[in-house]
Design a protein around this ligand. Structure first.
Ligand code: 9D3
Length: 221
């Protein structure tokens, strides 16, 4: 998959995407990632990308011209163009699975300023938020989405990780797990896990997962 990012803060992307599983996916050619600086598409010598809203009101808006020209330069006809903003529809594992099927996506990261509405109407195929909290800009959300989508691409996770993934996707929170030692600073591992009785262990895990989900995430039940 090819993922392009258009951002005012390209420097934020150095680091998080150069580690671990994402790094391996890039080296293996499973993910091709390019970061573009929106300012490079500004026209004037001050590299202006924003302006005041018609009708008044606080804040500034991202101007249409630099974003239109950037998208025209970067995107192919099949590219999924996605705006990142707090007003977007919620990003979720389901959305990540959808996006993992597209050949090409362009993430356009906003910041505290909004987008001129014509960018939404003409250019964007979708608009996504990663949750109900206010960040300073869309760079971290872009990295969150890249991470969530990349690990779903065929060949990125090892076979063992993929199998583990499937066995966990029962819609509940995870049950508690322990490793050695069986007693640590007076804290004992639950007896049932040491019993060797696999039916009892499965029952215990299912029960605690259900209790925990009811307590912490009743919306999942
Ligand atoms: C005045 C209204 N503000 C919305 C609450 C404006 C505003 C604040 C912060 C507009 C953009 C931002 C920066 N955040 C993002 O660009 C963003 C975001 C987020 O803040 N939370 C969750 N998901 C996302 S995706 C992009």
């Amino acid at each position: 998959m090819k993922i392009d990012v258009l951002t005012l803060f390209p420097g934020m992307f150095a680091g998080p995407l150069d580690e671990s599983i994402i790094k391996r996916a890039r080296q293996a050619g499973l993910l091709e990632l390019s970061i573009y600086n929106l300012r490079d598409y500004a026209h004037d010598r001050h590299k202006t990308v924003d302006d005041r809203p018609f009708g008044g009101g606080p804040g500034m808006l991202l101007k249409p011209e630099p974003i239109f020209e950037a998208v025209e330069a970067i995107a192919r006809p099949e590219t999924r163009v996605i705006l990142l903003s707090p007003s977007g529809r919620p990003f979720s594992q389901r959305v990540a699975r959808e996006l993992a099927k597209v050949p090409d996506m362009l993430l356009i990261s906003g910041h505290y300023e909004g987008f001129d509405e014509r960018i939404r109407e003409q250019l964007a195929d979708d608009e996504l938020s990663i949750g109900d909290y206010v960040l300073t800009n869309g760079a971290l959300p872009a990295m969150v989405m890249i991470d969530a989508v990349t690990r779903l691409l065929p060949g990125v996770l090892g076979d063992d990780d993929s199998a583990t993934e499937e066995s966990f996707s029962n819609g509940l929170l995870e049950y508690p797990q322990y490793t050695r030692p069986a007693e640590f600073r007076g804290m004992k591992v639950p007896e049932v896990l040491l019993s060797g009785n696999h039916a009892e262990i499965a029952k215990w895990r299912a029960e605690i997962a259900r209790q925990r989900t009811k307590e912490r995430r009743p919306d999942l039940l």
